[in-house]
Design a binder for this molecule. Structure first.
Ligand code: MD1
Length: 966
């Protein structure tokens, strides 16, 4: 403790007593008083000022004020834990869980206590050694670690000049904002998005970049935001946890698993390792890495064989009764039959044995479609073809390739367990949580599709106690804060709603059978373009040196023999990807890269090698808005110091998983010269106007060819001075959420500050349409009720939950139906398979170096491996080992455990600088995107912000070797 007190004091001294307007004597009481007494006691001749040891202890429990707080580092999809924050002498002294969260109704458990070790130790981050306090300019080479303190004015001037220079040399494509995650809160995030909109910047999409997209859900349902609330688990009888590890990543919701078991539910964990969540489970389903699809398809076969399929549900909700041509593998369409619509499809009417056009506007059926058999059809061109329902094809395929014995061989799960679970899924109300690991598997989409198929055959969605994810996310407070041109009180919301209404009406006018959801997605695509979002694999391929990795022959699908570049060329030729999505344009170079709450040199697969080698040399300016000296900040030209949690007004981001907003108060002033991100950007906008005027430049031309005036930027960004601080923005966001009924009607900032936490009252807009169920705050939430109860169509090509993708590319790759496929040998020909995830002591990189938390683990990067594998290779627990493959090598400490599957290596990630020689294990990863996801020209194959597009984040299943370090 003494050591910690000295570090804290050092921090305060170095943070600049002048800047904090605090002198050393006034700071002294801010130290841990017990520790100070100890220091006093050890001074020569000192009289101890305490009588018994309890006096020391009690002094730890005194403070000047308490505020509400939370942490914005987005323990996605949750992170809204309400904390009390205790302040003494201007310093955050400690925090603890407030545990005031109420249950939705007395029949369900509440969410308490909410808050884990990370939140309870956050005060230590504020005063940790990594904190940045002043604007810093690089004084040596990038990454050399030499810094010079500069003024805010100089920092902003140099950045503004670099942006203007980029505009002059490369147009607005020269300025790239690496789209942020939520870590600095929804206000900072909105600020970054608003910057991109106003400056027409290019913004690689964060959600795709990190691999958090449920591609299989998009392919099947045409959307992925279909979350349930954690208390929905209480209505399930069988719960699967797949690609997830709640004991690490959702500690605040973990207790719902245990409580659901008390109520009689069975919990099964589908994972290669006997993972840390297993103590909350009944069954371990030991899949091989990346082989989940084979397990689910085996279960599907069992349901069909045992006659357990919920036929009415399948006929109504899915494309399985739609007819497919034997000759082409395409859906039989009206265009084939009578020259009608290309997307009018058919059922085989069981009663009449004739074609019946499947409705395009409703799922309701007043006839019985046939699921098996075939029919000869005379086409308009005189040709006779044989057609059969998708279900018939599926049944044949499953019987051929996925009997329990075959599925067992492919998946590693015993055939007896596949039979048992196939039977149970069909007879029990089943809920799954598919974690974000799924998007980090090369064939994660197939794993998801196979799972969704099992739920379709068993009728398991759209009812209480069902669902596959917990993130449907109200987002108006961000999208509106980004796009409004004037404050809410001056009609800002109305103006945007009107624009959305017009956009949606035009879609519905063109196709009266389309749904409001389909119209909303078209409007979202336009907003995506206006904000400058691009799908990141394209930018990495063209600008960051990833082309040879993506196009390496070993990356080709063994069936199609095609690589990323082949698919991309065809996709561009077919105009599936056009100008707006292909930025920076081929003849432009990114010159300025802005990072804001971003740490790509930690998280970018292979980034620590590729960025410094290929991207950074192109950049004239690399700057970050940061709270701490992250691995990425270390490589920047300028670091702008930002206020952190408890130092700025904010609120947490709610999802259906944890449907609450938590007030984050400004408990203390930011230290040194740290500023709120929103304010920093406002100052940058002002500086851009000033520098342009000083240089005699009026405007720049955006990529649409329109002129934008530098002199207008500050007014546009701040809505004419209305939004300058986080508090201004928070007030505005509360108005927005209250307007939409997400927060209670007429809710106010003052009320929120008093309550500390408020429950989500309703969903609206895209999240509501995606979840397809009205949110009732007095009940657990589940998705897709409107599809099941109201027979509302899905936004897919067939307007049904779609398991057969008759797109040419999918047919060619033999992925029209869900199948199991092995990932390409990413990393080379090595005997081990890497998996990983978010560490127990840190969600993302924010807490990784917190000294309190470091005591809970081995304090250095660790690789977990099977004990028998280790023995075979002469590796003992605690040994330093080398991980290696064709891309790189890295040194870690080995932890040996029988819980790890033989052949598997697990690394929960670390900061780059925590590795020897700054060589992170991430250097062994390529993040190889699946190029099939470049497909277009098909309703649900579309990119819009945070959804769709190949994810350059596939790190699970990468091959590696391991040996004891020499
Ligand atoms: P990101 O967060 O956004 O760079 O990376 C997110 C990433 O960890 C995520 S969400 C996923 S899903 C992913 N998972 C994953 C995996 O499973 N395995 C492997 N091998 N890699 C993976 N990589 C990613 P991160 O790293 O926390 O960096 C955010 C930065 O924001 C800083 N920050 C703040 N900045 C400002 N201006 N203001 C703030 O209030 C604030 N709070 C945090 C933070 O210091 C960090 O550097």
């Amino acid at each position: 403790m003494l050591g910690n007190s000295l570090r804290r004091r050092d921090f305060l001294i170095h943070s600049g007593a002048g800047a904090l307007a605090l002198s050393l004597p006034s700071l002294a009481p801010g130290l841990n008083q017990a520790e100070r007494l100890l220091e006093d006691a050890f001074k020569p001749g000192a009289e101890p000022k305490y009588a018994i040891w309890e006096d020391l202890y009690r002094m730890n429990w005194t403070w000047d004020k308490t505020t509400f707080g939370s942490h914005l580092n987005i323990c996605w999809p949750v992170g809204c834990c309400l904390f009390h924050v205790y302040v003494r002498n201007g310093i955050v002294w400690r925090e603890e869980q407030a545990a005031r969260t109420k249950s939705c109704n007395p029949d369900y458990p509440d969410y308490n206590p909410m808050g884990c070790q990370k939140g309870a130790a956050f005060n230590n981050n504020l005063y940790g050694d990594e904190r940045v306090l002043y604007p810093l300019k690089r004084a040596g080479e990038r990454g050399e670690g030499k810094w010079q303190r500069i003024s805010w004015d100089q920092a902003l001037e140099e950045i503004a000049d670099s942006i203007i220079d980029a505009h002059l040399s490369d147009g607005s494509d020269g300025f790239v904002v690496d789209a942020p995650h939520h870590h600095c809160g929804s206000i900072g995030m909105s600020g970054a998005f608003r910057t991109s909109s106003l400056l027409d910047a290019v913004m690689p999409d964060i959600n795709i970049d990190i691999g958090d997209v449920y591609m299989g859900a998009l392919q099947t349902f045409g959307k992925m935001q279909s979350g349930y609330s954690a208390d929905n688990l209480m209505d399930a009888q069988l719960i699967f946890m797949m690609c997830s590890n709640w004991s690490y990543t959702y500690p605040s919701g973990y207790h719902f698993l245990t409580e659901a078991r008390y109520k009689g539910a069975e919990v099964a964990i589908v994972a290669p390792d006997y993972n840390p969540t297993m103590p909350a489970a009944d069954l371990h389903v030991p899949v091989k890495v990346g082989a989940d699809a084979a397990f689910w398809l085996g279960c599907c076969h069992v349901m069909i064989e045992e006659g357990l399929v919920h036929r009415d549900f399948v006929c109504e909700q899915t494309d399985l009764p739609l007819l497919v041509r034997d000759d082409t593998g395409k859906f039989l369409s009206a265009q084939d039959v009578d020259g009608g619509k290309a997307d009018q499809f058919y059922h085989l009417d069981a009663a009449t044995q004739e074609l019946h056009a499947a409705s395009r506007s409703t799922l309701a059926l007043d006839y019985q479609p046939q699921l098996e058999g075939h029919l000869e059809v005379l086409l308009k061109n005189g040709q006779r073809v044989r057609v059969r329902p998708v279900f018939d094809k599926l049944k044949t395929q499953l019987a051929r390739d996925y009997t329990p014995q075959q599925a067992a061989k492919k998946s590693g799960v015993p055939a007896s367990l596949i039979k048992e679970l196939g039977h149970k899924i069909a007879t029990k109300r089943t809920c799954t949580y598919i974690g974000f690991t799924v998007g980090k598997h090369y064939h994660g989409d197939l794993m998801e599709r196979a799972h969704h198929l099992a739920m379709a055959l068993s009728g398991n969605w759209g009812k209480p106690g069902t669902g596959y994810a917990i993130a449907a996310t109200p987002e108006e407070h961000i999208t509106y804060l980004v796009a409004m041109t004037k404050p809410a009180d001056q009609g800002g919301i109305d103006e945007m709603e009107e624009m959305e209404r017009i956009a949606q009406q035009s879609v519905l006018a063109a196709d009266p059978d389309a749904s409001d959801e389909m119209a909303n997605l078209v409007a979202t695509e336009s907003a995506t373009e206006l904000m400058g979002f691009v799908t990141p694999s394209l930018w990495l391929y063209n600008q960051a040196g990833y082309r040879p990795l993506y196009d390496h022959p070993s990356a080709a699908d063994p069936i199609t023999k095609k690589v990323y570049g082949d698919y991309l060329k065809e996709a561009i030729d077919k105009k599936w990807w056009v100008k707006d999505s292909l930025r920076p344009a081929a003849d432009k170079t990114p010159r300025v890269l802005m990072l804001i709450n971003h740490n790509p040199l930690r998280r970018k697969r292979g980034g620590m090698k590729m960025y410094p080698e290929h991207l950074f040399p192109k950049l004239k300016m690399l700057f970050t808005l940061e709270a701490r000296m992250s691995s990425s900040a270390m490589f920047c030209d300028i670091v702008l110091p930002c206020a952190w949690y408890y130092e700025k007004h904010e609120m947490t981001h709610a999802t259906t998983g944890n449907p609450f907003y938590t007030f984050v108060d400004r408990a203390v002033a930011p230290p040194g010269e740290c500023k709120e991100e929103w304010t920093v950007i406002a100052l940058l906008m002002k500086k851009l106007g000033e520098r342009a005027a000083a240089r005699g430049i009026q405007d720049f031309t955006d990529h649409f060819g329109m002129k934008r005036r530098y002199g207008d930027l500050h007014d546009a960004y701040t809505m004419k001075g209305h939004l300058v601080t986080n508090e201004d923005c928070l007030r505005e966001q509360i108005k927005i959420l209250s307007h939409f009924g997400v927060m209670p009607k007429d809710y106010t900032y003052e009320k929120f500050a008093k309550d500390g936490q408020v429950r989500v009252q309703g969903l609206t807009g895209r999240p509501l349409l995606a979840a397809a169920n009205a949110f009732d705050p007095t009940k657990p939430f589940y998705s897709f009720a409107w599809h099941v109860d109201k027979k509302k169509i899905y936004p897919t090509h067939t307007r049904r939950a779609q398991f057969y993708l008759d797109h040419d590319w999918y047919v060619e790759a033999q992925e029209a139906l869900p199948v199991h496929k092995a990932a390409p040998p990413m990393g080379g020909d090595y005997p081990f398979t890497l998996t990983g995830g978010h560490p127990r002591v840190s969600i993302h990189s924010v807490h990784l170096s917190n000294s309190f938390l470091s005591r809970l683990h081995r304090g250095q990067p660790v690789v977990h491996m099977n004990d028998e594998d280790a023995q075979r290779l002469g590796i003992k627990d605690g040994d330093e080992v080398e991980l290696f493959n064709d891309l790189g090598d890295s040194r870690l400490m080995a932890r040996t455990a029988a819980a790890v599957q033989p052949g598997q290596l697990i690394v929960y990630f670390w900061e780059t600088y925590q590795y020897k020689g700054w060589k992170p294990y991430d250097s062994l990863l390529i993040g190889l995107p699946k190029p099939l996801h470049l497909a277009g020209g098909y309703t649900q194959f579309r990119y819009y912000m945070m959804n769709g597009g190949p994810q350059p984040a596939t790190d699970r299943g990468v091959r590696a070797g391991i040996r004891k370090a020499a």
